[in-house]
Ligand binder design. Sequence first.
Ligand SMILES: Cc1ncc(COP(=O)(O)O)c(C=O)c1O
Length: 439
Amino acid sequence: MPGKPCPRTEIPGRRQKTDAPPLTLAVHPNLPQAPTYTQCLVSELPAMKPQTTLVHAGERRPLGNYIPVSTPIFASSSFFYPTTEELADVFAERLPGETYARMGNPTSSALEEQVAAVEGGHAAIATASGMAAVHLALLAGLLDRRQAIVAADVLYGGTLELLRTVLPSEGVEVRFCDFCDLEAVEAAVREVRPALLLTETISNPALRVARLDRLREIASEYGALFLVDNTFTPLLIKPFDHGADMVIHSATKYLGGHGDVLAGAVVVPEEHAEALRQTHRCLGGNLGPFEAYLVMRGIKTLPLRMRHHCANARMVFEGLRGHPKIERLIFPGDPQHPDAKAVHQLMPAGEAGGAVGIDVKGGSEGACAFLDSLRLAATSASIGDLTTLGLHPSSATHRMLTPEARMALGITDGLVRLSVGAEHIDDIMADILQALEQA
Ligand SMILES: Cc1ncc(COP(=O)(O)O)c(C=O)c1O
């Protein structure tokens, strides 16, 4: 793109040294005077393919008379303007701009545009972690509504703990049920009359897949919002296409993708944008600009990485079928998976995410011997990195549940959650097979 001069606005009324050039500010790209090529790009991006949109979304904000190709890290906690009047206009949103970093920072704002593009939402808020995003979404969903939630019984351990301990102590009623059992969901919703329903697209770590469209119908019938945590399936599942009211991400996982940042995000359609912003301003769980920069960089390659993770996970599943050391293999792309119909309906053909559950024979002992023998893959609590990662949920993320509760949710002692990385499949398989030999 050839460099074109960026229109500048003279800001009158500020005392200047006589020989100093007048202070100027770049025009925000959303204003009519903004450079036409930036405007064109912003308006054309939604119609482009994800590989294109996600490389450019949020970028090309003019900075003075130039435009950085990649949004810089704005390490500033507040922003000043030449006149008090102008700052007042920005506070009142009569003029675009930033005031104080908890209200917004140019780097995280650029990331928010990009994450909104990932989900096809109207607006997004970037948060300091995935848990901060879950908390923000729940509080925004509860705002001015009945303080009650119906949630899936298999969720990430931190989310379960928030729902089991913190929110009830704040007076929120929480009911859990199996979201793959639609009759049970309807009965719970009819009885509790919740403000919202919460589920994950692929449950962590049992890898169950609920019927989002049917859950949405139940939520709508009883006037509840429908919140979906899409951490495991960005680009594969589009919760807004299935009626979600808010989409949550732990951006620590596939969005960031490189295992180097803790972050989260909530994406909403226009009707929920103000409630989300208002709640966020009060909670203050902002993402810092350094972290926002890393997540932005990660999302640019998200379409490439997701395709690769999905292909590798499928090959791991195929390669481990019938292995004598494995009690049960869980992969949403398995035609025998209990939710195969939902997977078929929700995800692109042939793609079923990057996670594989391996129930190693010998319970905890077998699972730990397998994990401790991995040489390439790392035993780690995360998912979605380029590196293949393995975890023993019953001694880590879900250790707070009783053994009976874990068993009821399919989290057996031998279960290992594998997040298949982007390394070459031959090396991944060789590592898994040699580790299974040791189990
Ligand atoms: C589905 C899901 N949601 C939310 C979270 C919380 O994210 P974070 O660890 O970034 O706070 C996790 C973490 O593993 C997760 O797997």
